[in-house]
Design a protein around this ligand. Structure first.
Ligand code: AMP
Length: 428
């Protein structure tokens, strides 16, 4: 199958060719003709499957079919996505696939000054890519009207729920016209996702690619058992052994990400950290440095890493195992994208063995263990952190004097010449 067989118009085919794509990915092959026919779509797919092109291409084609427009452009398609990084990447894809068309798309997200985004909106936009918070904000300020909307995309619905955006998403949906086409994407289809999908979609066509548990099969995986305190040393050794030039390291916490990046920099490995506490500018700079290979290692938390799309990401290292097994599959899916073989290495300390068990159950595989390494596990118990005993708030000497009784209050008020009602039982 090639792109010519999917009923795609010439200007988009030309752009696809310029992007260097030769064959459609399975989700593109299945979704593009159906979306072009006006169907609603329920896509079960994660990033790395080519899903962005699977919805962007037919949207460009359908909206482009309106022909030359007179007057200010109205928003005809909205793509709602959970993170700024994803929003930016979708915007880049729309620009790339639509480069030979005359449509205007723009991207809005929070954490940055709204004025440039408002300026773009005021010039008129055909396709809007947005994160929920900023979208609602600008809708409330009257900068955005969705009454001419024709195609709505809810991207990464499972992440929207994980990140607590469900109420915002529902608010946005209530502002959409009833008569519209809906495309819904999620990497997992847990019952609450299905419920959300059912509330949005009308008689959808279901497209499912690379089910979560099979993605892991094309990625080389290995595992080191190591004590927590030795993980930084092991990471340094592994990075020195591996030839990979683009390495994504996952930690569970933001502080952890900072600590690991700092440690690597101190030891001469060019690295940076991205997570939710970093400014948008910092994150973008770090991503650009990673993409153009000025830094070798990017240390990230799960949410920050969602939108990272670096072709030929060679290695993913789980510095800490995730407590949600699906997250493991998402993480290692950052490598091995669009058919490239990837490689994933995980560090597991004693406390994380339960997580490992859940992961291996989900992927139906036993991850091969690297036995001979300089930091074998020596701690076989869960080390409880010593509880810090809080000093008492009030030292005995500073003890507050007891509250005055009603009689005392009355006396004191009388002395000050105030009118009182203290102590009068029949007052109410
Ligand atoms: P996505 O799943 O949308 O995040 O896409 C993952 C990556 O695959 C992106 O870097 C795309 O540029 C790339 N990609 C999408 N479609 C194709 C295709 N048909 N052939 C090769 N690469 C593709």
């Amino acid at each position: 199958m090639n792109f010519n067989e999917l009923n795609i118009i010439q200007p988009i085919l030309k752009a696809i060719e310029e992007e260097g794509y030769t064959t459609p990915t399975p989700i593109q092959e299945q979704a593009i003709p159906k979306v072009l026919n006006g169907h609603d779509l329920l896509g079960c797919a994660q990033t790395g499957t080519g899903k962005t092109a699977a919805f962007s291409i037919p949207i460009l084609q359908l909206i482009g079919a309106h022909g030359e427009q007179t007057g200010k452009r109205k928003i005809k398609s909205l793509i709602l996505t959970p993170t700024r990084e994803l929003a930016i990447q979708i915007g880049e894809s729309l620009r790339a696939y639509g480069r030979h068309m005359k449509l205007r798309s723009t991207v809005i997200f929070g954490g940055v000054n709204q004025n440039p985004q408002v300026n773009q909106l005021q010039q008129g936009v055909d396709i809007l890519v947005a994160t929920p918070g900023r979208l609602l904000d600008l809708m409330m300020q009257g900068y955005i009207s969705l009454k001419d909307l024709e195609i709505f995309v809810l991207d990464e619905a499972d992440r929207m729920l994980d990140m607590g955006f469900i109420h915002d998403v529902n608010k946005v949906i209530r502002a959409l016209p009833n008569d519209r086409q809906n495309l819904f994407f999620s990497a997992t289809m847990a019952p609450e996702i299905m419920k959300l999908a059912a509330s949005i979609l009308r008689d959808p066509i279901k497209v499912e690619v690379t089910p979560i548990s099979t993605t892991a099969e094309i990625i080389g995986q290995s595992l080191y058992f190591v004590d927590k305190n030795n993980k930084p040393n092991l990471l340094f050794d592994v990075l020195n052994e591996q030839s990979a030039q683009s390495v994504l390291v996952f930690t569970r916490t933001k502080h952890g990400a900072d600590r690991v990046a700092k440690y690597l920099v101190k030891n001469g490995i060019k690295s940076d950290a991205i997570h939710g506490n970093k400014s948008q500018n910092h994150r973008q700079r770090a991503l650009n440095n990673f993409k153009d290979r000025s830094i070798r290692v990017l240390v990230a938390t799960d949410i920050a890493a969602r939108g990272i799309d670096v072709e030929l990401m060679e290695l993913v290292i789980n510095f800490e195992l995730p407590n949600i097994p699906e997250t493991y599959v998402h993480r290692i899916g950052r490598t091995g994208r669009a058919g490239n073989l990837g490689n994933a290495i995980s560090f597991c300390d004693y406390e994380e063995k339960a997580y490992l068990k859940d992961i291996e159950k989900l992927i139906h595989q036993t991850i091969p263990v690297i036995e001979n390494h300089p930091y074998p596990m020596e701690v076989f118990e869960i080390i409880k952190k010593e509880r810090q005993v809080r000093p008492p708030r009030n030292k005995p000497s500073e003890k507050k004097s007891p509250k005055p009784t009603a009689e005392q209050k009355l006396d004191s008020a009388k002395k000050k010449g105030k009118k009182t009602w203290f102590g009068k039982r029949d007052r109410y």
